[in-house]
Design a binder for this molecule. Structure first.
Ligand code: AHR
Length: 374
């Protein structure tokens, strides 16, 4: 769309230049001829002005904008709301974008249809946050055939490489971080036996796969007992339902709960409270969460969640850099990580090592919460 407007502008400029040229050649002729020439020049000037006005109207209506289709996972969590907001802020009309947004409600069939809809609309770019890692190659081939660059954000795609760039976080490193923090915390508190319940995210999502792989790697290395691991679908309701059943099935048998996102942790907290199970810094159960939305950090500051491993949802500014590189005809960076931090409410563990790299545990303070962007 942008390209069409550029050519209209070039044509308008050519018409205007031709009009100026005719006007200047008329000055050496007789007065009648001059009058005729002036009339013709005036007509051409008017035509050029009309063309320019039409061009302005077109630009205002549609024109100098970049159309971006975004097939978002859904609205299952606070993190997701922050991710959507980040995209809406960056790909706004004021910034020169027309954002076509589809909330796929955690349904892979809806997400594939959304992408096909964007192809029909002939959008300039497609952003996909893939609900699950597989089932992508056919539709990405269709995008490629239509000449529409695809940018994948947050979660990964495993069965196709037909996209120009990926921007997101390292889910496996997040799982490793949760495990390394737990190891250090258990040592600091002299807890020798860890009996763990896990509430996983949406099955088949790279965030679920990576966090599970990373955490299990440490659990195996340390010989911890993972009693059970079930999906809560990254929702508060799912977390609560799974935790209610865990509290009944494993009463008195667990001392760690790992929730693969904040909302599941909120649901698990409600279920444990209802079942009379204490959790957090002063409780019987160590509670770990992923994401780092403001509400979870408040719970960490109050000691109700022991540790929060951040998954940063602010990918959109980096995605815009990818789009701007493509607009400039440059090769975009193929893979970019959005940096994340690790949070806690106390100083029992001040740093951990993840993938051979020392990482600080950030203590949540009211000042930190004041500037928290999500
Ligand atoms: O893919 C990122 C995950 O999806 C976040 O952890 C979770 O909150 C979201 O629903």
């Amino acid at each position: 769309m942008k390209r069409k407007i550029v050519s209209v502008l070039v044509c308008a400029a050519m018409v205007a230049t031709m009009a100026v040229g005719c006007g200047s050649s008329s000055t050496d002729t007789s007065s009648d001829a001059a009058a005729t020439t002036e009339d013709a020049a005036a007509e051409e000037d008017a035509a050029a002005t009309e063309d320019a006005a039409a061009t302005d109207d077109a630009a205002a209506a549609d024109g100098d904008v970049i159309t971006v289709g975004f097939a978002q996972v859904g609205h299952e969590s606070d993190w997701r709301t922050a991710s959507t907001q980040s995209c809406q802020d960056v790909f706004s009309a004021e910034n020169g974008y027309d954002l076509q947004f589809v909330d796929c409600d955690n349904d892979s069939a809806v997400q594939l249809e959304a992408v096909r809809g964007f192809i029909e609309q002939q959008v300039d770019y497609i952003i996909i946050d893939p609900i699950v890692t597989t089932g992508w190659d056919m539709v990405l081939t269709e995008c490629e055939d239509a000449g529409i660059p695809v940018i994948v954000i947050d979660r990964t795609i495993e069965d196709s490489d037909k996209y120009v760039a990926w921007v997101g976080t390292d889910s496996k490193a997040e799982g490793l971080a949760a495990g390394e923090w737990l190891k250090a915390y258990a040592e600091a508190k002299d807890i020798s036996e860890l009996n763990i319940l896990v509430i996983e995210g949406t099955t088949g999502a790279s965030a679920q796969i990576g966090r599970t792989e990373g955490f299990n790697e440490i659990a195996e290395r340390e010989g911890w007992n993972i009693i059970d691991s079930q999906t809560g679908d990254f929702t508060q309701e799912g977390g609560q339902t799974v935790m209610e059943s865990y509290c009944k099935s494993y009463e008195g048998q667990f001392n760690v709960v790992v929730c693969q996102n904040d909302n599941e942790a909120f649901g698990a907290m409600d279920a444990m409270t209802a079942a009379g199970v204490s959790y957090g810094v002063d409780g019987d159960v160590i509670l770990i969460s992923f994401d780092g939305c403001r509400a979870a950090l408040e719970y960490a500051m109050d000691g109700q969640i022991n540790a929060v491993i951040e998954c940063n949802p602010m990918a959109a500014p980096i995605v815009e850099e990818v789009i701007q590189a493509l607009e400039a005809g440059e090769e975009p960076v193929a893979e970019q990580y959005v940096p994340g931090s690790y949070f806690t409410g106390d100083d029992s563990v001040t740093s951990i090592e993840v993938n051979g790299e020392a990482k600080e545990m950030t203590i949540v303070t009211p000042e930190l919460l004041e500037t928290r962007p999500f």
